[in-house]
Every structure is written in structure tokens, then in C-alpha cells.
Design a protein around this ligand. Structure first.
Ligand code: NAP
Ligand code: ZN
Ligand code: ZN
Length: 349
């Protein structure tokens, strides 16, 4: 059966309505009627082949929430009607050390929700800007938020887990002072989550206009990173920095903010490298530079449950699918508060 989706036929073409097919659910598959799909900056990087290797047609979208509409014969954990989510991962090898540890995100054979290898037509996976998706039960998450929050839950499936996982890995909690750099989809979740974990959050933004918002999101202090005085007054004061910026920028001013033994974890994934960093900024206080990619399936469920318990959702602006190209332009200008979410009901022609 053909279903409606939104995608691009080439790197330099806008997204448009296209018809796609999904496989019939296998024994361990869940078929999901997609209600909402969040719009991640990675969607822009990939649909425009900024990371190279994008296969077309490309249907982006890995912040998927909806309702189970069919289950395979051997599925017991999910039933028709359940509220569920799918994030960035729809398959992996299931037997390597990473998969055994529930860190499918680091499996060498992780299959992304879009642009990943599959036997399904057209030979690569197609994402959540669509009416329906079929996913192996291992990669389906349970949504425990109230149904009224569903649209605002969608961004948790990437922006939520991508910020939750490093905050947990570096043991962020009470007594910690944590910087979050870039207040976009990831950054605004990073502020909410670090605050909920008990840390004192300092938000760093290039946008003066986001100052008040950042405080409302849970930051205790806001620094406009272009203001050298504001930056230098925080020298050597932070235990950990989560850097979510989607574009290349000078990392050195941020290293200077870390205390001895502090770490800056990069989650932003710009298409071109950051300017080279001064090694002395790391050596002098035994600082670390690290990276982190999304999170595994068990940790994604843990994050969803943490957010349900703490009533945490994303701040969103709902759009119709045919508004996606304009939404991308706004994201590139940093003009989003703080995540666009496609109402997939708008895909029905
Ligand atoms: P977003 O909503 O567009 O937010 C990015 C923010 O970065 C902007 O709002 C802006 O915040 C800041 N920024 C500063 N200078 C910028 C510039 N020249 N161009 C664009 N942004 C600039 O993006 P997102 O969805 O949060 O994603 C952020 C990055 O994380 C992307 O590169 C994405 O691909 C990557 N990502 C990585 C993972 C992972 O697993 N590691 C997962 C998801 C996404 P201010 O206005 O506050 O400065
Ligand atoms: Zn994403
Ligand atoms: Zn594996």
C-alpha cells in the first residue's frame, strides 16, 4: 500500500509530497500510525547531504510518536492502540558488545531510521515525515506521558536522548555547574534535563533574544557567548559543558570555562570541522574534549520515563508537512522555539 510522506529527490531540491511503501509487519514488527514527527537539525544535514552519502529519495524524521496499528504474531510487549515512539535507530546487529550493553547507538551495524541499509524498498530506510512506519519491536519505545502531550513528546526521541545520555554518562547532578551551549532543539532539552537532574545550569547563546527564555527553561544564568566580558567572568567555573551548536565555531573560549578535570562533550555535528583548538587550553587544567551520539534503546526508555515522571516535554511549534522547507530556513537562522513538530495528519492528501 502506498502511503504519503514528505521528502527530497536530491540534495539541492526542496522537500515535497511523495508516495512510499512500508513492509507488511513481520513476526516481531510493530506497525505505527505516526501522529507527530519532530524536526531535528540532523534532518537538514542529511537531506542536503552535508554529511555526504545521502540516498534519494530521502524521507527524514527520527522523532516519531504515534499509535500501534498492527503487531506481528510474536509480539507480546505491545498491543494495538498503545502510544509508542521511535527514535534514531530501527535496527542493529543485536549480538555485538555494544548491542549486548544496550548501546545500539554505538553498534557498527546500527541502522538509522532514515538513510540506513534495508531490504525494504527503495533499499534504504525512510523516516518519520510519513503516515506510517514498521519497526522491529526491540527498537520501539513506550510513551507514558498523557496523550495530550504527544506532539511535545516527539522531540524527546532524539533531542531528549541526545542530551540525557551525556548528562547521565558524566554524572551530572546536584552540586554540579553545567554549561549548555546553543539553545535550539537539543540545547533547550539539555537545559530542562540538567536542571531536573539537580545541576545549576548556565546557558550559552549567540541570540540575545533567548535570554529570558533560557531562564524560563531552567537555566540559572544566561551568557551571550559573543560578549567577551560575560564569558571571561565565568572562567574555570563549570564542571561540564554540553555543546549542541550545529555550526563550526571556536571551542577555545568554552574550554576556558571548565574547572580542573572538566569535560566538554560535543553533540552538535556540523558538516565542516571546528577551527583547530589550542592544546594548552586542555593541558593546563587536565580538561577533556569528548563526543556523544544519541543513546541506546534502554536508556531512551529510561529518559522517556524520567521525563514522564518530571512532566518534561519539549517546547514546540506545530507545523503542517508542507511548511517544512520554511521551517528549515528558520532553523538555519536559529529562529525556532524550540522544536518544529510535523502534524502527520496533514500528510493525508
Ligand atoms: P537547532 O535546533 O537548529 O539548534 C542549534 C542551535 O545552535 C541554534 O539554535 C543556535 O543557538 C546555535 N547556533 C549558533 N550558531 C549557529 C549557526 N551558525 N548555525 C546554526 N546554529 C547555530 O539544532 P538541533 O536540532 O538542536 O541540533 C544541533 C546539532 O546537533 C546539529 O548539528 C545536529 O545534527 C546535531 N545532533 C547530533 C546528535 C548526536 O547524536 N550527537 C543528535 C541530534 C542532533 P543559539 O541561538 O542559542 O546560539
Ligand atoms: Zn536528531
Ligand atoms: Zn551490534
Amino acid at each position: 500500500m502506498t502511503i504519503h510522506a514528505y521528502g527530497a529527490h536530491a540534495a539541492d531540491r526542496p522537500l515535497e509530497s511523495i508516495g512510499i511503501t512500508r513492509r507488511a509487519p513481520g513476526a516481531h514488527d510493530i506497525q505505527i500510525d505516526i501522529a507527530y514527527c519532530g524536526v531535528c537539525h540532523s534532518d537538514i544535514h542529511q537531506v542536503r547531504s552535508e554529511w555526504a552519502g545521502t540516498l534519494y529519495p530521502c524521507v527524514p524524521g527520527h522523532e516519531i510518536v504515534g499509535r500501534v496499528s498492527a503487531v506481528g504474531a510474536h509480539v507480546s510487549a505491545f498491543a494495538i492502540g498503545d502510544l509508542v515512539g521511535v527514535g534514531c535507530i530501527v535496527d542493529s546487529c543485536r549480538h555485538c558488545a555494544d548491542c549486548d550493553d544496550g548501546l545500539e547507538n554505538y553498534c557498527d551495524h546500527m541502522v538509522g531510521t532514515y538513510n540506513g541499509p534495508t531490504e525494504d524498498a527503495p533499499g534504504h530506510t525512510l523516516g518519520g515525515y510519513s503516515q506510517q512506519i514498521v519497526v522491529h519491536e526491540r527498537y520501539v519505545l513506550r510513551v507514558r506521558h498523557p496523550e495530550a502531550d504527544l506532539a511535545a513528546v516527539a522531540p524527546l526521541l532524539c533531542a531528549g536522548i541526545t542530551t540525557y545520555s551525556p548528562l547521565r554518562h558524566w554524572n551530572v547532578g546536584p552540586g554540579h555547574k553545567v554549561g549548555v551551549v546553543g539553545i535550539g532543539g537539543l540545547g533547550h532539552m539539555g537545559i530542562k534535563l540538567a536542571h531536573a537532574m539537580g545541576a545549576r545550569v548556565v546557558a550559552f547563546t549567540t541570540s540575545e533574544s533567548k535570554r529570558q527564555d533560557a531562564l524560563a527553561l531552567g537555566a540559572r544564568e544566561v551568557v551571550v557567548s559573543r560578549n567577551e566580558e560575560e564569558m571571561s567572568s565565568r572562567a574555570a567555573s563549570l564542571d561540564f559543558i554540553l555543546n549542541t551548536v550545529a555550526a563550526p565555531h571556536d571551542l577555545d573560549p568554552f574550554f576556558a570555562l571548565l574547572k580542573r578535570d572538566g569535560t566538554m562533550a560535543l553533540v552538535g555535528a556540523p558538516a565542516t570541522p571546528h577551527p583547530s583548538t589550542q592544546v594548552f587550553n586542555l593541558i593546563m587544567k587536565r580538561r577533556s574534549l569528548a563526543g556523544s551520539m544519541i543513546g541506546g534503546i534502554p536508556e531512551t526508555q529510561e529518559m522517556l520515563d524520567f521525563c514522564a515522571k518530571h512532566a518534561i516535554v519539549a517546547d514546540i511549534e506545530k507545523i503542517r508537512a508542507d511548511e517544512i522547507n520554511r521551517a528549515y530556513e528558520r532553523m538555519l537562522r536559529g529562529d525556532v522555539k524550540y522544536r518544529f513538530v510535523i502534524d502527520c495528519a496533514s500528510l493525508a492528501a
